[in-house]
Write a protein of this length. Structure first.
Length: 101
């Protein structure tokens, strides 16, 4: 739904839907013992990505770091690539935020 809202330039709805998705993924990651280690890698990346889209830069960076440190992440080169890319974006945003008056 967030993507649809983005396509319709409805920023408020997009942010609301992204926050709901992030919260659901976070809950699954933290509380659902049926989540496999491979799925945890994807969930960790998604929580980081959604956190960054919501402007939660420091939180996003923590999730990206956690994703890259997961042993099972080695089996997911595309997730590793995306995580590194998004971590770089988060780092740049954090630097810009600190440099702003």
């Amino acid at each position: 739904m967030g993507w649809i809202a983005r396509e319709q330039a409805d920023d408020e709805s997009e942010q609301r839907y992204l926050a709901l998705a992030r919260d659901d993924y976070l809950q699954a990651f933290q509380r659902d013992d049926r989540v496999s280690e491979d799925a945890a890698v994807t969930l960790s990346y998604l929580v980081g990505d959604l956190s960054l889209r919501l402007g939660l830069i420091d939180e996003a960076m923590r999730w990206f770091d956690a994703t890259l440190q997961m042993e099972r992440a080695k089996g997911h080169p595309e997730i590793i690539r995306r995580t590194r890319d998004r971590w770089g974006e988060a780092r740049d945003l954090a630097r810009a935020k600190r440099a702003a008056p």
